[in-house]
Design a binder for this molecule. Structure first.
Ligand code: HEM
Length: 405
């Protein structure tokens, strides 16, 4: 049993059998805070692939890869429409397209498929390279940095501002809002206030683009074809907020965990420096080893699924980082192995599979190319330990690195 300190149910619901109960607090579990991915690995070995935790108000947690795939590809039974109370958290706004189930989902998703295709995002490569190099310039001579605030946070925020067509001089303000929005510990009222501020800023951009189109995502979305009409203002807000949030926390943490792995594996660093063509494969394996997002779903009707009795309204959380350690899919799952062919779960699967994955992969490829080219062999700062956080996203809260001493 995990250490527990958090809101929990006094009673286990009658339809949950005792053998499926295992306490796991997604934000406060002590072993998770010690090493999130080691904890994900232990969870999939110690708990059933679908188990019920009384923590966090009581919910089902899913770790087995097959169970996750079967759930995310069955949206009629496992809905994504406000499954974890996001509407309350986002000041009443529906995030698009994530909070819409099929069949309506495909109408909302289609414009993003086009705008974020590999071909469309390729045009951003030069800008990403320039942003990465500017950030490296600021830390290189010092021989040390805290990778999180110095590189991993500013990079995706700057890119979002550029994509959305917003002035990069709002970087500091946006970074702060992004941090507040992503915080696992912030109270619901403060979170709703943060969303209102983000919404206010995005509304200004949408209004400006309604008057005059530019070469950016907001302009293209305004002209998107939703079954013969253009998106309403509310729909534009739903898209913009999700694009802002979707590409921040996830990229920040994927970069941090990947760089932490390299900081502890000098041989792999040397191998990738010597042969950068290995990078795309290495990035996929780092994404598998260090999944970040866990996804909420809500059961739509009473049904037995994978041998488990679910009741309408039950909450689920799909622990994608744990599913990546399922040894039925990934032999020796804790090992970094180039050339695996099985698809990892970090971007999920099914209708909501990450639509930003081409951009995320491009950001990471360009980042690693430049970082490995310019920064000498780097390692964890022996004086300062990395710190972690949990919740819907596994995160580092600090990653001090040193090089060249
Ligand atoms: C390493 C970085 C990233 C990771 C790990 C990640 C992960 C995910 C996951 C797991 C989902 C599925 C959600 C669900 O099924 O409920 C998702 C969806 C989504 N992601 Fe990402 N993401 C990343 C980067 C990005 C970026 C850069 C963007 C923005 C350009 C983005 C935008 C979105 C959007 C809009 C959706 C919703 C898709 C839909 O509902 O059809 N993501 N992401």
């Amino acid at each position: 049993m995990s250490a527990f300190s958090g809101q929990r149910l006094d009673k286990i619901p009658a339809h949950v059998p005792p053998e499926l109960v295992y306490e796991y607090d997604i934000a406060r579990d002590a072993r998770m805070l010690e090493d999130p991915h080691a904890r994900m690995h232990s969870l999939i070995r110690e708990a059933p692939p679908i188990f019920f935790s009384p923590c966090n108000g009581g919910q089902w947690l899913v770790t087995g890869k097959k169970a996750v795939v079967d759930i995310t590809t069955n949206p009629a039974l496992f809905s994504n429409s406000n499954p974890g109370g996001q509407k309350e958290a986002t000041a009443g706004l529906s995030l698009l397209p994530i909070s819409v189930d099929p069949p309506q989902h495909s109408m909302y998703r289609a414009p993003l498929n086009q705008m974020l295709s590999a071909k469309s995002v390729a045009g951003l490569e030069t800008a990403i390279r320039a942003m990465t190099n500017e950030l490296i310039d600021k830390v290189l001579a010092a021989g040390r940095c805290d990778f999180l605030p110095d590189i991993a946070e500013p990079l995706p925020v700057t890119l979002f501002l550029k994509l959305a067509g917003m002035p990069t001089n709002r970087l500091a303000e946006f970074r702060e809002l992004a941090l507040q929005a992503a915080s696992a510990t912030v109270d619901p009222e403060t979170r709703a206030g943060t969303f209102k501020r983000i919404a206010g800023i995005l509304a200004e951009t949408i209004q400006a683009r309604q008057e005059k189109r530019e070469d950016d995502l907001v302009s293209r979305l305004l002209d998107a074809n939703l079954d013969g009409r253009n998106p309403t203002f509310q729909e534009m807000m739903g898209y913009s907020i999700l694009l802002f949030l979707g590409g921040l926390d996830t990229v920040v943490n994927a970069l941090c965990f990947g760089v932490r792995h390299l900081a502890r594996d000098q041989e792999l660093q040397a191998k990738l420096r010597a042969d950068p063509s290995l990078l795309p494969g290495a990035i996929e394996e780092l994404l598998r080893l260090y999944g970040v997002a866990s996804l909420p779903r809500r059961v739509t009707r009473d049904e037995v699924f994978h041998g488990v009795q679910f009741k309408q309204g039950d909450a689920l959380l799909l622990l994608l980082p744990a599913a990546n350690y399922d040894d039925a899919a990934f032999p020796n799952p804790e090992q970094f192995t180039l050339g695996r062919t099985e698809q990892h779960m970090t971007f999920n699967t099914g209708p909501h599979r990450c639509v930003g994955l081409n951009l995320a992969r491009l950001e990471m490829k360009v980042f690693y190319q430049e970082w490995l080219k310019r920064v000498p062999p780097f390692r964890l700062d022996p004086e300062k330990k990395p710190r972690f956080a949990g919740g819907f996203t596994l995160a580092l809260t600090s990653l001090p690195l040193v090089w060249g001493e």
